[in-house]
Design a binder for this molecule. Structure first.
Ligand SMILES: Cc1ncc(COP(=O)(O)O)c(C=O)c1O
Length: 374
């Protein structure tokens, strides 16, 4: 299989674990195992303590699948497939769904797997570019206009990485209806779902909108458990899930047994788990918004409506690649230049999920002060 390098992951592989403050991370500060286990009910605790480290069920632990199904309206556990991260879910989904002659439309800038796996499968990809001048909003009309007879899926990530875009409920409904009418599958990457800001409600999940639509979910972001590597596909198209499961035989076979039990604990205690994430991301969002208001010479942004990242635009005179390189080398603060998304717009991705955010911000302020950037 020929697939282009994943630019963002390559950049993070170079820096994420050496930078003192990975201020661009998209995941929320991970749970400690002991703290998570303290939330376990008796059944889950017993499973943990008596866990045998064998293979697990290829489509996922039945109790875990029941919890995942419970995140959606009217979905059955058999409408879910547990994967090793949303990453595996995306890989299996697009590899299963697409081949030469097929066409997909994908929101862009965005997480590279959302279009690169499709390209590697031989599909023709139309990137649906989001524009800062429009508040990064989805343009439903333009999206729908890019549908062709060969279009197999419309792929939307919301809340969106890297911009924090979240369609309105009306836009989302209109998009779902248009896809249903055109008989095109909507694939919704919802790994940042449940981290909506400023009182916004979560959108209806893609999988709830039509039997062929697919939701991609996971525990890395809103649930602050990236180290578990647990993600999933949810759809009432069970045949599609079965075919994805068959492909998993060549990737991981099944999810890691300890991760499945810890995932079960987290989903059963989801209100507590999500409240912790919101209590980290919300104040960081306010801090960064105020920081930008005080320092127009640094950057400006469209305030994210959801998720744990934002995509500020550096002011004229600052070059995103150089800025990020000097910042991490001199201050140990890692921002992600927009070039890691192949985006030319002089933006950087900021992650709002880390507990050391205010310390990172102090270092960023010192860096700007030393350069006379107000
Ligand atoms: C939009 C999006 N989808 C999927 C993933 C992969 O997440 P996971 O850690 O569950 O594999 C990411 C990770 O950054 C992401 O931003």
């Amino acid at each position: 299989m020929q697939i282009a390098d994943f630019a963002l992951e390559r950049y993070l592989a170079r820096w994420e674990f050496v930078a003192e403050h990975p201020m661009c991370a998209s995941d929320v500060e991970g749970w400690r195992v002991a703290d998570l286990l303290a939330l376990a009910d008796d059944e889950a605790r017993t499973r943990w303590e008596s866990l045998q480290l064998g293979y697990t069920e290829p489509n996922g632990d039945p109790l875990l699948r029941a919890e995942i199904a419970g995140l959606y309206e009217d979905l059955h556990p058999d409408d879910t497939l547990v994967c090793s991260g949303a990453e595996e879910a995306l890989f299996c989904l697009f590899s299963t769904l697409l081949g030469p002659g097929d066409h997909v439309v994908v929101t862009w800038p965005g997480y590279q797997s959302l279009y690169e796996v499709a390209r590697a499968a031989g599909a023709d990809v139309t990137l649906h570019e989001l524009h800062e001048a429009d508040g990064w909003a989805l343009d439903v009309e333009r999206l729908v206009a890019s549908i062709r007879p060969a279009t197999r899926a419309l792929i939307v990530n919301a809340p969106h990485n890297p911009t924090g875009m979240l369609p309105t409920a009306g836009e989302w409904r209109a998009l779902g209806e248009a896809c249903r009418e055109a008989d095109v599958r909507l694939v919704a990457d919802e790994v940042y779902r449940f981290l909506e800001h400023d009182g916004r409600a979560p959108l209806a999940a893609g999988a709830e909108l039509a039997p062929s639509f697919v939701s991609v979910g996971g525990l890395s972001k809103s649930f602050a458990l990236a180290g578990l590597r647990i993600g999933w596909l949810a759809s009432r198209d069970r045949d599609l899930l079965a075919r994805c499961n068959t492909l998993k035989d060549y990737t991981t076979i099944c999810a890691a047994a300890p991760s499945e039990v810890l995932a079960l604990v987290a989903l059963r205690a989801r209100e507590t788990v999500l409240a912790r994430s919101r209590a980290i991301v919300g104040p960081n969002l306010e801090l960064f918004d105020a920081f930008l208001a005080e320092r127009p010479g640094f950057a400006s942004w469209v305030r994210p409506a959801g998720g744990s990242v934002g995509f500020p635009h550096l002011a004229a005179g600052l070059d995103a690649d150089l800025f990020a390189a000097e910042l991490v080398e001199t201050k140990g603060v890692l921002l992600l230049p927009g070039s890691a998304f192949g985006h030319p717009g002089n933006h950087v991705r900021v992650g709002l999920g880390r507990g050391d955010f205010s310390l990172a911000l102090e270092r960023l302020a010192a860096f700007l002060d030393a350069r006379g950037v107000a």
